[in-house]
Every structure is written in structure tokens, then in C-alpha cells.
Design a protein around this ligand. Sequence first.
Ligand code: NAP
Ligand code: GCO
Length: 263
Amino acid sequence: MSLELFNLNGKVALVTGGTHGLGMAIGTGLANAGAKLVINDIFQDKLDAAKEAYAKAGIDVALYNFDVTNEDEVTKCIARIEREVGPIDILVNNAGIIKRIPIEEMTVREFSDVINIDLIAPFIMSKAVIKGMIARGHGKIINMCSMMSELGRNTVSAYAAAKGGLKMLTRNMATEWAKHNIQINGIGPGYFATTQTAPIRVDGHPFNDFIINRTPAAKWGDPNDLQGAAIFLASEASNFVNGHVLYVDGGILATIGKPVNED
Ligand code: NAP
Ligand code: GCO
């Protein structure tokens, strides 16, 4: 019975922003665990390129082009997905952006752009799928949180506000919806090698050296390191886990850190 708990056969999983990065890694993991994978993005060329990449991994993926911040587009596309693919069993709110600007230089528009995608969009997406999940008596929602759900850092105020809010939104979704046998949890990645972190990851960049020193595992995360956590939170193995943020951070949150020259 034990490994069967992680089997996603017959489940439909929607991963927002699943065309590359952490979303693609998570989508690949869920598909390899048996789920029928659906991804969205706002650029058709990225969706088309992703379809080829998934196909090379033996995965057939359904593509939907919509902006997760646009409630009308989301409502229409969720209805299309449920008509064309099937009821959504697993929603991964992965789509997200970051803007690295000191608070005093950040415009209100820049701040609200990040809040819209990283916090309000998971609210919009989850509202769009929850009625069906309640009607069917089961569902899984996974919100992509962050180290910035717990910690601040220079220049990422909007992102930290959004990801801190997303942690609390996850807890409130669990509070309101767990009674319907729906599990809502978060994944809190540490620092991972994707396009989002590319600007601060280049060799010799002070932040690159900082993260290697600040992470007990002494390396950047590989997106595939998130697949186990995603499969767990998407499967029956987590049916009594709710409102939890599962940090996959190489130990960052476990430690105050160490002097740069200490082993
Ligand atoms: P990424 O490489 O920048 O990918 C983000 C994805 O979201 C892209 O596919 C992007 O599509 C999509 N997206 C952005 N705005 C969208 C919108 N309005 N509608 C639909 N899709 C949209 O980021 P990542 O590094 O893979 O991170 C994925 C998630 O994990 C994000 O929520 C991020 O905050 C979080 N996270 C990342 C790290 C890390 O170290 N990388 C750590 C913790 C948490 P386009 O490319 O077409 O814009
Ligand atoms: C940054 C990074 C981080 C990571 C991630 C850490 O500029 O600090 O982009 O925010 O993306 O969120 O968990």
C-alpha cells in the first residue's frame, strides 16, 4: 500500500507557469507519478517550446495560454480545461515574478505588479478551481512560497510581502476548505538555479558566494530536488497535511549561518 499512496494515476494536475524552471520540474515530477499534466503561460511560443521539451521526456502536456492575474481569462480557461481535459484535482500556483529594487526606489506600480502575480493570482486561481473540488469531495492546492515567506532581504520587499502573504493565504485556505477533504499546502524552495535567479547566480557574483555560504548543503538547489515534495503534497500520502509550508532549502532556515571562511 505504501508506495501506492504517492500514485497520481487518473489525476489532472494544472501547474501555472509550467513552461520552464521550477514549474517544469514540478510538472515533470507529477506527470511521472501518473498525473495528466496541464500547464499555462502567457506566451504561446514558450508553451510550444515546453511541449517539445516535455515530449522529449516522454510526457504529453496540455497547453493553455492565459494570464493568471486576469480573473475573466482564468474563469474561462479553467472551464475549458475541465471540459477538454477533465476536472482539476491538483493545482500548483507556481507562476511568479520578482523585482529587485530598493523600497525607496520602487514605484507603486512595480510593487503591485509583484503582489498581483505572486499573491492575488493564487487567490484567483484557487477560487476558480475550488467549487469543483468541493463538489467532488477532494482536491490538492500547492502554493509556491519562498525563503521570503519567512525572511527579508534587501531589494525584494514586494516579493517578500507577497510570499509572506501567500504563506498566510495557504493557512487560511486550509482553515476554510480542509473540511471538504481538500488539502492546501505550500512548498518553500530555498535558492534554485532557474532563469529567475540567473542574475544573482553568475560565478563571482557576491550573492552567489553568499548563498553557497548561507546554505548548509553548500549549493544552489536543482529544480528536480522539488519533485518529491510536490508529489507528496499532490498525493494521498498528504491527506492529513494542511496549511503547512514544506521548505526544501538545503537547510537555510535551520541555521543563523556561519562566518565566510568557516568550513
Ligand atoms: P521563473 O523561471 O521566472 O518562471 C516563472 C514562470 O511563471 C514562468 O513560466 C512565467 O512565464 C510564469 N508567469 C509569470 N507571470 C505570469 C502570468 N501573469 N501568468 C502566467 N504565467 C506567468 O521562476 P522560477 O524560478 O521557476 O520560480 C517559480 C516559482 O517558484 C515562482 O513563484 C517563484 O517565486 C518561486 N520560487 C523560486 C525560487 C528560486 O530560487 N528559483 C525559490 C523560491 C520560490 P513567462 O516566462 O512566459 O513570463
Ligand atoms: C532573491 C531570489 C529569491 C529566490 C527565492 C528564495 O532575489 O532573493 O530570487 O527570492 O527566488 O524566493 O526562496
